[in-house]
Design a protein around this ligand. Structure first.
Ligand SMILES: NC(=O)c1ccc[n+]([C@@H]2O[C@H](COP(=O)([O-])OP(=O)(O)OC[C@H]3O[C@@H](n4cnc5c(N)ncnc54)[C@H](O)[C@@H]3O)[C@@H](O)[C@H]2O)c1
Length: 377
């Protein structure tokens, strides 16, 4: 029998829309034994909140997230608000016995994230962090190919996440639209916002990072605050470039920036091993590029695999081979895995504890960016 799962959404912004879409459509495609219901959404601006709730079909609204958590008809709290609010909401939700799904990064720092991990584990509630790129079928295929030994011993892991939207010194910091530039709200700049995605995928595919050294830079040192109009020092990292050693002996290079003119959300990764290489580009999200050194020399070369067949991860649940899917599907897949996890009694990754490792690496990057030293993670 299908069970109803009542969702309480906190926020109505970018991620609240991406998640609402996933909760709303997952049971049309995946038979998990659960039917999510968009029960209530919480935010402070009631007119914007009502508009969001109407658009997505939420049954009710709350103007205080605490009231949402107190409601007995809510099973799972989905946290889609700026990073400085994750810990307080997640801990309160866990104490109230709710399942908790939290946007990434789990917290602004590892120290802030640890009590969140302890709270969900103490309460014994299902929990997950939305590192959604794991659930892009092509990225999942790369994980499966590496695990199956297709690359043999791994030598290099290389990833970048590039944007260009903060180059103008006129972009303010703080406030609703630009909280990502305010270190108090975001915790860090591109390291926690963009590189965290690259690090999560890397750790998941290639294992833990043992040591690293980083360069970080804040190109624009002062910006106006969007709410007060006051010119203030900028506390975030605008760019980070990192060298790492993984525990498996491979070397990693990572880069994230909001100053790469022309790039809007350029997440790319490449892995080089003894037997072959694999690469992926978010802007060609359905393809994996594969070089198999085992192929006879005369016809050996980079192959592009269109990841749309029924035997590719998740694709059997969608359309027919050759028909592509998009960014939003990664969230639907993540919801599906969360629900399968509930059904099977197995936590869906990344759990809060899994995601804490990415926070630890981000902290090490920011510390190394300041000191210039190699840091043991
Ligand atoms: N997984 C991903 O790829 C991805 C992408 C974007 C953002 N994120 C993460 O999602 C989270 C939200 O980012 P976003 O892009 O959706 O931000 P956003 O600015 O689009 O939305 C933030 C929401 O938080 C609400 N909010 C702010 N303060 C609040 C309060 N005190 N009470 C209730 N609501 C409040 C705002 O009204 C808004 O609805 C962040 O942690 C971010 O890092 C993840």
């Amino acid at each position: 029998m299908t069970k109803q799962l009542n969702i309480g959404m906190v926020g109505y912004g970018f991620m609240a829309r991406a998640h609402s879409n996933a909760w709303a459509n997952v049971s049309h495609f995946f038979e998990t034994g659960y039917k999510p219901v968009l029960k209530a959404a919480a935010a402070r601006n009631v007119s914007k909140l009502r508009h969001f709730a109407d658009m997505w079909g939420y049954e009710s609204v709350e103007t205080d997230w605490k009231a949402l958590i107190e409601r007995r008809d809510i099973d799972a709290i989905d946290i889609c608000v700026p990073n400085d609010m994750h810990a307080e909401i997640a801990i309160a939700a866990a104490k109230a016995g709710k399942m908790v799904l939290c946007e990434k990064p789990l917290a602004r720092t590892e120290a802030e994230g640890l009590p969140m991990v302890e709270a969900v584990e103490k309460a014994g509630v299902a929990n997950m962090v939305w590192y959604n790129y794991r659930r892009v079928p092509a990225v999942m295929l790369i994980k499966q190919m590496v695990e199956a030994g297709k690359l043999g011993k791994i030598f290099h892991y290389r990833a970048k996440f590039l944007q260009d939207w903060t180059i103008s010194p006129d972009v303010p910091q703080g406030g609703a639209a630009t909280w990502r530039l305010d270190v108090d709200a975001a915790g860090s700049g591109v390291t926690g916002d963009l590189l965290a995605h690259c690090l999560d995928t890397a750790i998941w595919i290639n294992g833990s990072i043992s040591t690293l050294t980083a360069m970080t830079e804040t190109f624009i040192k002062e910006r106006k605050h969007a709410l007060t109009g006051e010119v203030q020092k900028v506390g975030i990292d605008d760019a980070s470039a990192v060298l790492t050693r993984f525990q498996n002996g491979s070397l990693g290079t990572f880069e994230s920036t909001r100053y790469a003119r022309g790039h809007k959300a350029a997440y790319t990764l490449e892995i080089n091993g003894e037997k072959g290489s694999l690469s992926w580009d978010l802007h060609d999200l359905n393809r994996v590029q594969y070089f198999n050194h085992g192929v006879e020399g005369a016809v050996r070369g980079w192959t592009n695999i269109l990841v749309t067949d029924g035997d590719h991860p998740y694709l059997g649940k969608w359309w027919v081979p050759g028909l592509i899917i998009g960014y939003e599907h990664s969230f639907t897949h993540q919801v599906a895995d969360f629900l399968y996890g509930l059904r099977d009694g197995k936590p869906a990754a990344p759990t809060f504890r899994d995601a804490l490792e990415t926070n630890r690496v981000c902290d090490a990057i920011l510390a190394s960016g300041k000191s210039g030293a190699w840091v043991t993670v």
